[in-house]
Write a protein that binds this ligand. Sequence first.
Ligand SMILES: Cc1cc2nc3c(=O)[nH]c(=O)nc-3n(C[C@H](O)[C@H](O)[C@H](O)COP(=O)(O)OP(=O)(O)OC[C@H]3O[C@@H](n4cnc5c(N)ncnc54)[C@H](O)[C@@H]3O)c2cc1C
Length: 491
Amino acid sequence: MPFSSWQAREMRNASPEQQQSVSALVEELTAIVGAAGMVGDEASAPFLVDWLEHYHGTALAVVRPATTHEVSQVVACCAAHGVSIVPQGGNTGLCGGAIPNDDTTVVISLQRMNRIISVDPERFTMTVEAGVTVQAIQEAAVAANRMFGPDWGARGTAAIGGAIATNAGGVNVLQFGSIRENILGLEAVLADGRVFDGLRSLRKDSSGLDAKHLFIGTEGTLGIVTQAVVRLRPAMPEQQTAFAAIPDVSRLGELFALALRHGQGGLTAFELIPELGVATVCAKFPSVQRPLDSRSDWYAMIRLSGPEPVTDALTDLLADAVNEQLVVDAVIASSAEQEENLWMLRDELPPQRLFDTIDAGLKLDVAVPIDAVPAYYAEVTQTASSLLPGSMAYTFGHAGDGNLHLYLLPALDADNDAVEAFIAGRAGLNNAVNDITWRYGGTVSAEHGIGQYLRDELRGQKSAVELEVMRTIKDALDPAGLLNPGKVLPD
Ligand SMILES: Cc1cc2nc3c(=O)[nH]c(=O)nc-3n(C[C@H](O)[C@H](O)[C@H](O)COP(=O)(O)OP(=O)(O)OC[C@H]3O[C@@H](n4cnc5c(N)ncnc54)[C@H](O)[C@@H]3O)c2cc1C
């Protein structure tokens, strides 16, 4: 088979033997996945850059197998050639995990494995291939009068295999847990091509090590997830969201406790939103309406869900919150359009499309114990202003899980010199903030994974023994280190 130009580019400096070997590899891969499963030169670019456009990679080939058997054969073929593999789902990951960081890699995209194998309402399960999007699972669950709990802004593109690999979270973790809590069984291809068949749908099983967890949150470094049995819940047809202005963010924990009490088990979202985010999103996206006329530095978005209408519970919650001066003004979405408007506003808060200074900034996805969020945030912002005067903080997130998406940036009107000064001090600021996070007993990665971006930080996050356990498992399952090298585990 002739090489496409990008493969040729990669091979310019290769010896004739290496060229022959790559040529043989590509021929074998084509024989396995067919022409439809090989991504050509023109189409390969989106597979080789991440969503944030921070990481650009190269690959010997990008393949899109259509079945578990094909994935298994592709992996065995790569293993025989000593070539590493990077699995990829929807490529919405925020830590560069799905982008190759060496030149001798094959990217395996699971996009073509997008079949819903079965929906089983009586068992409250659905069996899906790894490339099915989170949104497609949600919609199939609703069609069966059930619901799939996990949800986040990238739902239409993120695939369940990627979600499993990053142990994704999102807005509903409060109620339904992270992806880990929503996976009953899975199938994965191991580094030598063997298939691990753990496609069970049991609620209880105490028969020793539950090895499926090895593949959850390990970002394709221990195996490639090819299918999963996801857990469904009873439908929650009634849901309503309130948008409330908070006068004093240091009392956020009190508002959360009140929301839990009034929610009676149906609190499905408790999101913290800054005025800067509201103002910027409404200015950039005219289709998003400002929910409240009154202004406050901070707002909470609170959603209650259940089988019966939740309006009364939400109204009582807000009335109590106003009485206790936890909220100064609030609105409850009273139509599907208003509900959609609130969640569009929430989905657009990630700052990548909002602020020009974002590329110079620090992106943090931290979690600390819930009651510590206000004090933690105050300490981080104070540290940022004293280390890098003129810098600004932009944060929003799943406050009910203690999870903040926190960005430290040069001021929005910073000139070039100020941006350069911020960049020069950025690493020091990052270290200082990590130290604060760890002092609060927190994590530097709440739900976005480690990938390439946070690999070095793992040394501070995990104890030496934890790292040894992780390394021992990696060496046992992937002794040649071919699965997603340079990701998650520090050298
Ligand atoms: C706008 C936006 C909002 C987001 N909001 C949230 C949020 O609220 N909560 C949250 O948790 N995340 C969020 N994310 C991050 C992202 O959507 C999740 O990390 C998601 O789980 C990634 O899924 P993916 O299919 O895109 O994975 P990819 O980006 O393709 O891959 C992510 C990692 O998983 C590995 N991988 C992919 N597929 C497989 C597989 N089948 N087997 C083994 N390894 C695999 C990759 O190698 C990589 O290391 C957001 C992203 C965007 C762009």
